[in-house]
Design a binder for this molecule. Structure first.
Ligand code: KIV
Ligand code: ZN
Length: 514
């Protein structure tokens, strides 16, 4: 299998996204995570651009191990010298020099003829090699350059000592077949191409950054320049996570792989989004919030029967929590019932029908139905949870210098059971005392408190999610005293647990129906 080099430019081209400026510490934090992700090269910045960027590249070069650290430079003496100083602390430093080769850039931006550009490119690479063994050269706007001239430049810079030649589709203008053919031309026409790595750098102006990169791989490209979340100048760059997962998912087609630790993809995406302030669109492939979410009844039914009916990637493989079945107006009974089961409700046919009707009516008014909505639907007249245990009394000893203690009295079948426990806080102490009475071993998975009325005597509502063996249930409790609300919520959850186990053991028991 061909090994594709992943050159990550999140900290350079990615940082060129409008408004995405990163300080030194943020760059180091992202670079550390990129190293954990397993990228081969980190382009950490453009050292001549600012003192801050110089410092960031220098610090990344000195602190991030196990990857090549690269800095960008124009074909200008001072750029190359400053870049060389910035990457010097790295064990594997790289200088990346770029110079435009398209007619439009040469004529209007650089005001230089082809012969001058050729000479300058060769000089820049030779000059860079004086400081660093690993020099990469990019003929900027390569995809709009004259192919014969481009091949001449590529051949000359390789002769001058460039180890990698990167072909950028700078303005995202190319089509996949056309870009693949450009790489093929370079591979076949440049006589010394076997002496260098051929790389591509595709922008996303027509939404084709990833497609063009994949087409380049099929035509012999060995290094891909890309960014996390596809951020970058204008519409951004080819997205790292999409390329990595396309190669992985379609190994049959590409016979190429990367060294990326896929389980770190989602975490890296979140970190980059947090530190750059650029939100990831929900429908973004691989790392968007909806990438593994299903709403329609047909899809949810398929997923519940066999996940691969509607998912080509296991969410856990990219570090995502798991498949999400969103309950909304398109959802069906299968997913609805499945969610109720998770909440601890085993409904019979008649109850399910009634609950599903209410759910559909609510879904017409509300975009997404949350677990709390489902609790209200089911507990309001469809299923009444027998109060096996009722909170009778509660007293707490707590303070900032003592271990909190809770004494709880629960009534069961007209008898009061009392226990005292200590805990990490008053709520924890209450829950331990309740467990000691019920004999159930419960793990608290979630706890949330909200105020449902205003003012100092506001009514607080506590929602808890607990797990005992494989059963998970929610419980709710309200009181003006938040410790009491917490205890009530826990007792409510325990009662549901007991009820749901009884129902599982005896689903048709008339006693248990309303
Ligand atoms: O898009 C581009 O051409 C670049 C070069 C500096 C490689 O970012
Ligand atoms: Zn670019």
């Amino acid at each position: 299998m061909k090994r594709i080099i992943i050159f990550d430019t999140t900290l350079r081209d990615g940082e060129q996204s409008p408004g995405a400026s990163l300080d030194v510490n943020s760059k180091v934090e992202i670079a550390m995570q990129l190293a954990r992700l397993g990228v081969d090269v980190i382009e950490a910045g453009f050292p001549i651009a600012s003192k801050g960027d110089f410092n960031a590249v220098h610090k990344v070069a000195g602190s991030v191990k196990g990857v090549s650290i690269c800095g960008l430079a124009r074909a200008i003496k001072s750029d190359i010298e400053v870049c060389a100083r910035a990457v010097a602390p790295a064990k594997r430093p790289r200088i990346h020099i770029f110079l435009a080769t398209s007619k439009i850039h040469m004529q209007y931006k650089l005001k230089k003829a082809e012969s001058e550009i050729l000479k300058l490119a060769v000089w820049a690479v030779e000059y860079g090699r004086k400081f660093c063994d690993d020099v990469e050269f990019s003929p900027e706007d390569a995809s709009r350059s004259d192919r014969d001239f481009l091949c001449k430049v590529v051949e000359s810079v390789i002769k001058a000592g460039a180890k990698t030649v990167n072909i950028p589709d700078t303005v995202g203008y190319s089509m996949p077949v056309e870009f693949g053919s450009l790489i093929n031309t370079i591979k076949t026409k440049v006589s010394n191409i076997d002496k260098a790595i051929i790389s591509v750098h595709c922008h996303n102006d027509l939404g084709l950054g990833v497609s063009n990169s994949l087409s380049a791989i099929q035509n012999g490209a060995e290094q891909i320049e890309c960014t996390i979340n596809g951020i970058g100048e204008r519409a951004g760059n080819a997205s790292l996570e999409e390329i990595v997962m396309a190669l992985d998912t379609r190994k049959d087609l590409f016979d190429a792989g990367t060294s990326i630790n896929k389980k770190e993809l989602y975490k890296t995406s979140r970190l980059v989004s947090k530190l750059t302030g650029i939100v990831v669109q929900p429908n973004k492939a691989i790392v968007g919030q909806n990438a593994f979410a299903h709403e329609s009844g047909i899809h949810q039914d398929g997923i519940l029967k066999k996940r691969s009916t509607y998912e080509i990637i296991r969410p856990q493989d990219v570090g995502f929590g798991g498949t999400k079945l969103v309950l909304g107006k398109h959802s069906g009974r299968h997913a609805f019932n499945e969610r109720l089961r998770k909440l601890g409700f085993e409904l019979n046919e008649a109850e399910l029908l009634k609950a599903f009707e209410r759910f559909k009516a609510l879904a017409d008014k509300k975009k997404e139905i949350f677990n709390e909505d489902l609790l209200s639907i089911v507990e309001d007249g469809i299923v009444s949870i027998p109060e096996t245990y009722r909170l009778e009394d509660l007293s707490i000893v707590s303070g900032n210098k003592i271990t909190p203690k809770a004494t709880i009295g629960l009534t069961k079948s007209a008898k009061v059971f009392k226990k005292t426990s200590s805990g990490d806080g008053p709520v924890d102490a209450c829950y331990k005392a309740i467990d000691a009475i019920t004999g159930l071993k419960c793990k608290l998975l979630d706890y949330s408190l909200k105020s449902i009325t205003g003012g100092k005597d506001a009514l607080g509502e506590v929602t808890v999610r607990i797990k005992s063996n494989k059963d998970e249930v929610y419980g709710r409790g309200t009181s003006t005293d938040i410790i009491e609300a917490s205890a009530k919520a826990y007792v409510n959850a325990v009662n549901k647990l007991i009820f749901s186990r009884l129902r599982k053991a005896n689903p048709e028991s008339a006693k248990l129906k309303l």
